[in-house]
Design a protein around this ligand. Structure first.
Ligand code: ATR
Length: 274
């Protein structure tokens, strides 16, 4: 049986083993997919040991996505633009890296939630690994403009520079968001909700009657931002559970050559989360 794994730290609460097992079962494929906890210091060695043990594919989650990118012999262009890898595929004696986070988000937005991203103004809150992962796919999906705001402005500027589309991708000061008008889509890619409960404040002027708000986090970590979005009068708001399932489906496709059906798995996860 081919061996797969997800690497992260912490990893105990990862949904990936459950999701991949469900996809495999539905496709009639036998896999061995485990969660492996590795500290940043141990990650490279843990990955080597996994490969030596017959590991042929892996997902990588926080905080290893940039490290995984650096360890790959080859990477896809979308992984290069994100500077991060969430999907590893063994090719000969080397790792090939891809990043399916961005396409996962876009599929959740356009497929499951029926949004048309073309021509939209999008506000991206945060400029860390999660924001970097999704920005390229949003641009590829045909949005009009991406405004990036981050608590530390230099990181927003760095993300904007990395996208190399001046004019279309711009940074804004968090404290001056009021001057940016309103947005059809607001994405929370910060980790604020995962922290000590610190809630950031955002101006209501960002929202119009058609605004969709999405938090890339799910569970408790998504509660503060989604509560703000609801109070601000967004048309709809949802967490990152759909993106999680879609990025997993893209990874599954890289490994097994078939794209699994995601609705049943999404529904089951949603029910568990309720
Ligand atoms: P991830 O991989 O989840 O993106 P990260 O790379 O550590 O994690 O990035 C965390 C992001 O959340 C950053 O954009 C961070 O802002 P800074 O660059 O200023 O640190 C943002 N963030 C974390 N806590 C926050 C808070 N309380 N308010 C606003 N932004 C916050």
């Amino acid at each position: 049986v081919a061996r797969y794994a997800v690497f992260g730290h912490p990893i105990a609460h990862s949904q990936s083993p459950r999701i991949q097992a469900a996809f495999a079962k539905a496709q009639g494929i036998e896999i061995d997919y485990r969660a492996i906890d590795a500290t940043p210091q141990d990650f490279a060695a843990a990955l080597d040991a996994f490969a030596a043990d017959g590991g042929v594919g892996a997902n990588v989650t926080l905080p290893h996505k940039e490290a995984a990118f650096a360890l790959c012999a080859t990477t896809t262009s979308r992984a290069q633009r994100a500077g991060a890898v969430n999907t590893l595929l063994r090719k000969g004696e080397r790792w090939h890296g891809d990043n399916t986070d961005g396409i996962g988000l876009v599929r959740d937005l356009t497929g499951r939630n029926g949004l048309d991203l073309r021509g939209r103004r999008v506000l991206l809150l945060g400029a860390g690994g999660a924001a970097r992962g999704v920005a390229p796919a949003l641009l590829d999906a045909g949005i009009l403009e991406l405004v990036v705001a981050n608590r530390t402005p230099e990181r927003a500027d760095a993300l904007v520079d990395a996208m190399s589309e001046p004019g279309r991708v711009i940074s804004a000061y968090w404290d001056a968001l009021r001057e940016q008008g309103d947005f059809e889509l607001i994405i929370n890619a910060t980790s604020a909700g995962r922290g000590d409960g610190a809630v950031f404040s955002l101006p209501l002027s960002l929202v119009n009657s058609l605004t969709t708000a999405v938090d890339l986090n799910y569970g408790e970590a998504a509660i503060p931002f989604l509560a703000w979005a609801r109070a601000a009068g967004c048309r709809n708001e949802f967490d990152g559970l759909g993106m999680l399932v879609e990025q997993a489906a893209e990874s599954f496709q890289q490994w097994h050559g078939v794209r699994p059906e995601t609705d049943a798995v999404y529904a089951a996860l949603r029910e568990r989360a309720a």
